[in-house]
Design a binder for this molecule. Structure first.
Ligand SMILES: *[C@@H]1O[C@H](CO)[C@@H](O)[C@H](O)[C@H]1NC(C)=O
Length: 178
């Protein structure tokens, strides 16, 4: 059972992360505008005297790192039909796990997931390969470190995997007696 205290801690963590991301985003944005200005100057240099209206500069800014590889293990030993397999995400810019899951789903027709969006908390995985978390059954898709089995403290919208990390989604229950 998720206690009020745990929820509060999660909220605090999110607030901290948001502040950090905001600062990062502002800094990245400034860097992008500087880059855009530099490009404009170059274009002016090449096209001096041209009176043609210039297309607006569009710059895609993302909070991404270097390309990394991550393995996702999908494990259900809780409810028949049991299944366990893994999908690998290669060469994806390092960023929040949810984006890596999207790439995994794009590249592997056998991997499907759906998620619910909760304002500010981000996405929560509701279904993987047709197996859905259910409040009635007290089941959920736990996000675990592999092989330690330790629960990740952040959700899929906040957690940023490391290169070559193995992440497990384990279908399980929050009920104390199963
Ligand atoms: C995964 O879930 C099953 C079913 O609840 C549980 O028995 C098992 O211990 C879990 N595995 C890990 C690594 O937590």
């Amino acid at each position: 059972m998720i206690s009020h205290h745990q929820l509060q801690r999660f909220a605090n963590m999110q607030a901290f992360l948001c502040t950090f991301l905001l600062i990062f985003a502002v800094t990245a944005n400034l860097a992008c505008s500087r880059q855009a200005k530099k490009t404009d100057t170059n274009v002016d240099g090449d096209d001096s005297g041209s009176k043609l209206p210039r297309a607006p500069t569009v710059t895609a800014c993302g909070l991404c790192g270097n390309p990394i590889s991550v393995t996702l293990k999908l494990n259900n030993q809780f409810k028949t039909p049991y299944f366990e397999y893994e999908v690998k995400v290669n060469n994806h810019p390092q960023r929040e796990l949810i984006y890596m899951m999207q790439q995994a789903a794009d590249k592997n027709p056998a991997f499907k997931f759906s998620a619910d969006y909760f304002a500010s908390l981000g996405f929560s995985i509701s279904t993987i390969n047709g197996l859905s978390a259910s409040v009635d059954d007290k089941t959920y898709w736990a996000l675990l470190d592999h092989p330690s089995g330790a629960a990740k403290k952040l959700g899929v919208s906040s957690y940023i995997p490391l290169n070559n990390e193995v992440i497990m989604f384990n279908f399980t229950t929050w009920a104390t007696h199963t």
